[in-house]
Design a protein around this ligand. Structure first.
Ligand code: 173
Length: 322
């Protein structure tokens, strides 16, 4: 009797494994940042985990970074299902969803935003505007800075031409800068040719594309919190079975939890910048406070101008309590 049962169990097990193997799906993955550089690494680790845990069930085929697709086109490709899963920052797909750029203004951890209604609010916008599901923010707690080749002595960027993305536009313009938008891949050449006097970028990753060779100053303090996240096309998600969804979801939770480790990377890149001769221009005390309040005021004014409907709600969810 027992013997028969266990044989039956074995047969059923083999059958279900066989079915699972037959159903293995492979998703196409793309990054908005260069392969193996800081802002792709969290996504690459996510892929490694999915491919290890998902043998015979689900796999991700990593197409690569901007060599495979221009970073500002990743949002469109994800929306249309040209790719299934993407590593991207909100500033790179504001054409489809201007509200995504508001992630940079979060002053609370994602764990709190997932509880206070902010995440759900954004998830609806990802559904409606990007045809996507937001899986994990693997970059957080990572401030942006102004990098310059000409020094400044007060909170004023008049006369300077700076490389931007939508992240920095409103703040830099409010301080009098002239701005020019480029993908990260064009920053080195712009600096080399003197087309720009500086650029916006977070504290980490300056070394990835060699910009330290062309950077004299960094302005402190840093402002905002960089966001890079893993997104999946909604139709792709809808076709996955429960086992496949679980592998992706578990890897996403793991990936978002890693964002708390970024403080260490901030500290090591800061030290590395110093060693490379990048000098800090520091606004302290009341000046630092003024610098930061100008950054957030200009940032929120920009988001609310782009999205009068959703911007004010996002500000309530994301801002530090007064
Ligand atoms: O400067 C940028 O290209 C940019 O917007 C960004 C956003 C998040 C992480 C790194 C860069």
């Amino acid at each position: 009797m027992f013997r028969q049962l266990s044989l039956l169990t074995a047969a059923l097990l083999a059958g279900s494994l066989g079915t699972a193997r037959a159903q293995e799906v492979t998703l196409k993955g793309i990054s908005s940042f260069a392969e193996k550089t800081f802002y792709s690494r969290g996504f690459e680790r996510f892929i490694e985990k999915v491919n290890a845990d998902g043998k015979g069930v689900i796999q991700i085929n990593y197409i690569g970074g901007p060599k495979a697709m221009p970073p500002f086109e990743v949002g469109n490709a994800l929306k249309g299902g040209v790719v299934d899963i993407a590593n991207a920052t909100g500033a790179f797909y504001t054409n489809l969803m201007p509200e995504a750029d508001a992630w940079k203004l979060t002053e609370k951890p994602m764990s709190e935003i997932r509880k206070n209604g902010g995440f759900e609010y954004m998830a609806r916008l990802y559904d409606q505007k990007l045809n996507a599901i937001f899986l994990a923010r693997h970059i957080d707690n990572n401030p942006f800075h102004i990098y310059l080749n000409k020094p400044i002595s007060k909170i004023d960027l008049t006369g300077l031409k700076l490389r931007i993305t939508p992240v920095y536009r409103d703040f830099f313009q409010s301080l009098g800068a002239t701005v020019v938008q480029t993908a990260p891949g064009e920053v080195y050449t712009a600096l080399e040719r003197g087309v720009v006097d500086g650029y916006g970028w977070p504290i980490t990753g300056v070394f990835d594309l060699g910009w330290h060779e062309r950077t004299k100053f960094r302005v402190d303090p840093g402002f905002y919190s960089a966001e890079v996240s893993i997104l999946i096309n909604k139709d792709t998600w809808g076709k996955l079975n429960a086992a496949q969804k679980k592998i992706i979801t578990d890897a996403a939770i793991w990936s978002e939890a890693q964002a708390s480790e970024i403080a260490k990377e901030n500290a090591s890149d800061l030290a590395r910048q110093k060693a490379a001769g990048i000098q800090a221009i520091e606004f302290k005390d009341a000046d630092a406070k003024e610098f930061l309040s100008k950054a957030y005021e200009a940032g929120w004014a920009g988001v609310i101008k782009q999205s009068p409907e959703h911007g004010p709600k996002l500000r309530e969810f994301f801002s530090k309590g007064k």
